[in-house]
Write a protein that binds this ligand. Structure first.
Ligand code: AMP
Length: 537
């Protein structure tokens, strides 16, 4: 149910008792009627300060953006979307696309963003799995997605970055007022599909509390205030750009310079006006590759954060040498939101992802036995706290497998803790190579390789091998103008690594295959050389 006007109703206050959530008495005091809306949006409903600046310099205030979210919520409701329904969205990044997330929150619906790179066949899988009420896409994709939507059936609607699209048009004539639906803290706010490099992609169910608790924790930890201007360059179909970046800015009452994607010139032009940037490691390596990126460019900045993929320690060091800023690296995943962070004040240690967040319980355990490992030993990270998701959408078996009986989520990331408790990630458990019965952590081999002359970066994987189970194989991207030879690199590694860790073969690539978040797609590398040792099998 929705109302056309909220003139007499306070936002977030349910208008009838049927919609009143049933919350346990003791929680009532802390309970908000739609926690995300009430904390992140409602306080600014009449606030004319800047929220989003577009690349062309045009600006949207908080009040305008919230008004737009009301229009969109009305337009989505007119398509039949209601509380609990999934709204699948595959559109280019824009402030309007972000306002669809806010509209979904206000509807009490479940926001389901999809990577813009997904093909119609891939979208078909997500749509069939999630059964959304609405599938929103760019007009250019509507032809391909119409049949997919019809199968559910879902309403197909469009939104284009240039202002076109059926939902955009419907929103333009819809009222800004929308009575936000009541939600409980453990109601779903979003489903984000994991990138799923092996097997089927799983829908991580994220609750209102998951998102809000993490946003508030990070806002405090990273000292975000209303004076902050975040340079927002990340995609908004992924937890990093959608939740970490956006929710933190909203919680603080700050502003965003909203760029559609990382383009060096645009980033360099915007940086002098920003106070903070959240990035993936490739942003930082690309900035460092430009001579135009100097300490002057970052004079107003107070914080650079990095995550979603490992930040090479040498990038951390080179960045500080160039700008005087120590990048603050943090760690998280779709299922858990953020779990650790280097401190804002205090040592930001290169090559580590810092300490567990204040409200997050993190332990490192032996994957097989579940027993905690000693400090310095490698084990798998397990996490418990308000940040941890509710489970995988319609996959109870996978959900059960993902959690320990005492409620800890098994992240699948291997890590060790140093003497100060800082966590250093050594890689995904599934990327661990077992060669001749010995564990080989790819990161260790990659670090040694990367330090060799002529090597820009590398990726190390295990390939099935008749004698060893898996054979270590490396892929190397040479530095510009360099042409390192395979035998010479193998010989150099022999000086530094135990024999079982040494790659049996090294292949050269122009670039490593990476996804939109800068993560190296090791499954592609493994696939490309799956038969390498086959003749010996
Ligand atoms: P996603 O669910 O796409 O956010 O991917 C989460 C995964 O990215 C984690 O499980 C880690 O393997 C990896 N990851 C995230 N942050 C970091 C980091 N700072 N260092 C190393 N790996 C990271």
């Amino acid at each position: 149910m929705r109302r056309e006007s909220q003139s007499s109703a306070k936002p977030g206050v349910p208008a009838d008792s049927a919609r009143k959530p049933k919350v346990p008495k003791k929680k009532e005091a802390a309970y908000l009627s739609n926690p995300l809306y009430d904390r992140l949006l409602a306080p600014y409903a009449e606030d004319n300060r800047l929220l989003i600046e577009r690349p062309d310099g045009s600006r949207l205030s908080y009040a305008e953006t919230i008004g737009l979210s009301g229009r969109l919520a009305n337009a989505l409701a007119a398509l039949g979307a209601a509380a609990g329904d999934r709204i699948a969205v595959q559109v280019e990044k824009s402030p309007e696309a972000l306002a669809v997330y806010f509209a979904a929150v206000r509807l009490g619906a479940v926001f389901l963003p999809l990577n813009t790179a997904y093909t119609p066949a891939e979208v078909g899988y997500f749509v069939a799995d999630a059964q959304p009420k609405v599938l929103l896409c760019d007009s250019a994709k509507a032809g391909d997605l119409r049949a997919i939507a019809a199968k559910v059936p879902a309403q197909l609607a469009t939104m284009d970055r240039d202002g076109g699209g059926s939902l955009t048009a419907a929103a333009a004539t819809a009222p800004t007022a929308f009575e936000t639906m009541a939600r409980r803290p453990d109601d779903l706010a979003a489903i984000l599909y994991t990138s799923g490099t092996t097997g089927r992609s799983k829908g991580a169910m994220l609750t209102q509390e998951n998102l809000l608790s993490n946003a508030l924790t990070l806002t405090a930890l990273w000292r975000f205030t209303a004076a902050d201007v975040l340079l927002h360059v990340l995609p908004i179909f992924h937890t990093h750009g959608l939740f970490v970046a956006t929710n933190v800015v909203l919680a603080a009452g700050g502003a965003m310079i909203f760029l559609p994607k990382f383009e060096l010139e645009g980033v360099l032009a915007a940086l002098p006006r920003a106070t903070a940037m959240m990035g993936v490691p490739t942003f930082y390596t690309r900035l460092l590759a430009s001579e135009a990126f100097t300490g002057e460019t970052t004079a107003r900045m107070r914080l650079f954060t990095s995550g979603s993929a490992p930040l090479p320690a040498e990038t951390h060091v080179a960045f500080e040498a160039r700008t005087g800023h120590r990048i603050l690296e943090r760690y998280g995943m779709t299922e858990t939101n953020m779990s650790t962070s280097n401190p804002y004040c205090g040592a930001r240690k290169a090559g580590t992802v810092g300490l567990p967040l204040p409200d997050v319980d993190l332990r490192i355990v032996d994957l097989a036995s579940g027993a905690s490992v000693a400090q310095g030993e490698v084990g798998v990270i397990e996490v418990k706290g308000p940040n941890v998701f509710k489970g995988y959408w319609r996959m109870p078996e996978k959900t059960r497998e993902g959690f320990r009986p005492d409620g800890y989520f098994i992240s699948g990331d291997l890590a060790r803790r140093d003497e100060d408790g800082y966590v250093a990630i050594v890689g995904r458990a599934r990327d661990l190579i077992i060669s001749g019965g010995f564990n080989v952590y790819p990161k260790e081999v990659e670090e040694v390789l990367d330090a060799l002359p002529g090597v820009l970066e590398s990726a190390v994987v295990g390939i099935p091998h008749p004698d060893f189970g898996e054979g270590v194989v490396a892929f190397v991207v040479p530095e510009k103008g360099a042409a390192p030879a395979e035998e010479a690199l193998i010989a150099a590694l022999a000086q530094k690594l135990a024999r079982f860790k040494q790659p049996k073969r090294i292949f050269f690539l122009e670039a490593l295959p990476r996804n939109a978040m800068g993560k190296v797609q090791k499954n592609q590398l493994r696939k490309a050389k799956a038969d390498l040792f086959r003749s010996q099998l």
